[in-house]
Design a protein around this ligand. Structure first.
Ligand code: ZN
Length: 205
């Protein structure tokens, strides 16, 4: 996989995040952007999504200062834009063309998985390109899992991707609630916590 940067910015211990979602995200945002900058990704505009636990994905063709409304997935074929999805127990799912020509980032928790945002993302990415599901790699990031949570939505995501025709499906099987020193967990922290920032950038060639 060339010319693609995928990142997950986990817990930032120095930032107080025992707050409601919007306040916690506002406190974290400048620190997260600093970390992206330190990794050489600071010059790319960050495009985020409203995230309503739905299954709607949006193609991002240009920078956007405000979050893309009614979207839990962002896809792009444009180089030099960073897609960002915020999570704390829901799964960040990266979908990347093996040739680095296109990619997407999906927010798939219990609800989004039930609604099929991952197969929707695979279908949409293939329909806007000449790629087929076998040309894509899917990566499931840290999310809450059994026994910390009663629903194994990561397993369902793997099943959905397989059913959609994908063969390269990677899951490191990391549970957010098991590693509070590294990740935020909405459930473990009873709703008052921060959000990790998952990003995907198609780097300029
Ligand atoms: Zn766990």
């Amino acid at each position: 996989m060339h010319h693609v940067a995928a990142r997950l910015i986990g817990r930032i211990p120095k930032v107080e995040v025992a707050l409601e979602r919007d306040a916690a995200m506002a406190a974290l945002a400048p620190h997260q952007f600093n970390l992206l900058r330190e990794q050489g990704l600071g010059s790319f505009p960050l495009v985020t999504a409203e995230q309503v636990h739905g299954n709607h994905v949006t193609f991002v063709g240009e920078p956007s200062a405000s979050p893309i409304p009614n979207s839990d997935g962002l896809l792009t074929g444009v180089r030099g834009i960073t897609l960002g999805i915020s999570v704390a127990d829901c799964a960040p799912v990266w979908l990347v063309a093996k040739d680095g020509s296109a990619g997407g980032l999906l927010h798939s928790g219990k609800k989004g998985t039930e609604l099929g945002i991952v197969p929707e993302g695979i279908r949409s990415l293939c329909s806007m390109t000449t790629l087929s599901p076998k040309d894509l790699i899917l990566v499931i990031g840290p999310c809450i899992r059994p026994p910390c949570y009663e629903v194994d939505f990561a397993a369902e995501i793997r099943r959905q991707a397989h059913e959609a025709g994908m063969t390269d499906i990677l899951d490191e099987c990391i549970c957010t609630a098991c590693h509070p020193e590294r990740y935020y967990s909405y459930r473990r922290e009873l709703g008052l916590t921060g959000r990790m920032l998952a990003t995907l950038t198609l780097l300029p060639r």
